[in-house]
Design a protein around this ligand. Structure first.
Ligand code: AMP
Ligand code: GLY
Length: 425
């Protein structure tokens, strides 16, 4: 089968390296891809959001199966266009992608179907939103309705911060139309779990759980990033918690989407908080997480392509999905300054000709390959991932491998998995 993967980050690299292991995959294309991905797939210079060119390419190349991973093409309806052209694909259509694309949609869905989440109110008028916040307590959680490059959630500690957040989202429109409506939410506390799952519209099968580290600096300090490292499994996601989530969150969500006429197929990502009152949904994503995927897929012991196909033809319930009972640690090497301003174009030292290192999986996020060298080309540059029988060994290996890699201004967190190790102890 000829496969096309849409996207070009570490997540896509992890998916491609797993798909390559499938006997069914005869050729893998990636659009647009990156330097590291070019060693594992044929990269095609089409922007991930360019639906017309993407579908044209897929039809011309006789692609048998497409995998759409980033949020924006999914929310824009790329999967529907592939299907209209007779190409099956992994990922939800536009209607089901609203579960991530509109917080108003997802909050209303949870309310209607009794799925545990933070209390909330929706506003289209900034003054009204402020009056509501004034009467409530702090911190207040303010969320732009639509996609906002992962920056649409502001936790305001006082009224001044809330005013500034509302002004920038609703008046200055820093996220464009995504800020036409906002959700103001109750502040929840507790450890967070990224619970990704495969869905075929009616059946849901959770993957290994994971824990992201979103802040830029050690000790969860600094700005929010796309994710600086992940460990899997997440020790807070015990069997008991998983059972409760299946009953109260996972199945009810999949059933709700079916009842609303937009059954979800693809990867449904439940961003959970394990609060003192039980697990609650913080957010849904309609796609694989980045960098969660980089720590989860190395633990998959089944054929990813077969699983993905089963989500598109409704046979997920009959598809066996095996996971290794090991741990995986992914540490991100980023450009100094990220998520603020940073420089690119630096030579990356320590990788072999394929952009890999023996004993680890190196998933490239922001790299390009130029005249025999890998160069930095983005904020998050590489994910260094090792699996081992236990989390401590996996972390030790990932950090040991990372110490062999260098580029100018390289930055990484030194405490990935540290809080999880305390729970395991
Ligand atoms: P999101 O972009 O929805 O993943 O939100 C980013 C981060 O904001 C989450 O990972 C949480 O740490 C935090 N967050 C979102 N909603 C809430 C909430 N209701 N209470 C506390 N923290 C929250
Ligand atoms: N790592 C968080 C996300 O993919 O949304």
């Amino acid at each position: 089968m000829k496969i096309l993967v849409v996207g070009g980050g570490g997540r896509e690299h992890a998916i491609i390296r797993k798909l390559k292991q499938s006997k069914k995959a005869t050729a893998i294309y990636c659009a647009p891809g990156n330097g590291g991905i070019s060693k594992d797939a044929v990269c095609v210079p089409i922007k991930a959001t360019d639906i017309t060119s993407m579908v044209e390419f897929a039809v011309k190349e006789k692609i048998d199966f497409a995998v759409i991973t980033p949020d924006d093409p999914l929310v824009l309806g790329m999967a529907d266009e592939f299907r209209k052209n007779g190409i099956p694909c992994f990922g939800p259509g536009k209607a089901a992608a609203r579960i991530e694309g509109s917080k108003v949609f997802s909050k209303n869905l949870m309310k209607k179907y009794g799925i545990p989440t933070a209390d909330y109110a929706v506003f289209s008028d900034p003054e009204e939103a402020l009056r509501y916040i004034e009467k409530g307590s702090f911190p207040a959680v303010i969320k732009a309705d639509g996609l906002a490059l992962g920056k649409g959630v502001i936790i305001a500690q006082n009224l001044d911060e809330a005013k500034a957040a509302i002004a920038s989202i609703m008046v200055d429109k820093i996220f464009g139309a995504s800020g036409n409506n906002i959700v103001v939410e109750e502040f929840l506390t507790g450890p967070e779990v990224s619970a990704l799952s495969f869905c075929d519209g009616k059946c849901v099968k959770p993957m290994i759980s994971s824990m992201d580290h979103k802040r830029a600096l050690d000790g969860d300090k600094g700005l929010n990033t796309g994710g600086m490292g992940v460990i899997a499994p997440n020790p807070y996601f015990t069997e008991e918690v998983q059972k409760e989530c299946m009953e109260k969150i996972f199945l009810p969500t999949v059933n709700a989407m079916q009842a609303e006429g937009c059954p979800f197929t693809g990867c449904l990502y439940f961003g959970l908080m394990i609060t003192p009152k039980g697990p609650k949904v913080i957010e849904y994503n309609c796609r694989f997480g980045d960098p969660e995927t980089q720590a989860i897929l190395p633990l998959l012991d089944s054929d990813l392509l077969e699983i993905m196909i089963s989500t598109t033809n409704g046979t997920l319930a009959d598809t066996e999905i095996k996971w290794r009972s090991e741990a995986c640690a992914c540490v991100i090497a980023a450009s100094g300054g990220y998520p603020g301003k940073y420089q690119t174009g630096f030579r990356i030292n320590g990788l072999d000709d394929n952009g890999q290192i023996d004993g680890a999986e190196i998933f490239h996020a922001g790299t390009k390959f130029d005249s025999g060298n890998f160069l930095t080309s983005g904020g998050r540059v590489l994910g260094v991932c090792c699996t081992a029988p236990d989390l401590r060994s996996a972390l030790n290996s990932s950090y040991a491998k990372l110490s062999g890699i260098s580029f100018e201004n390289m930055h990484f967190r030194k405490d990935i998995g540290a809080s999880a190790l305390k729970v395991i102890k």
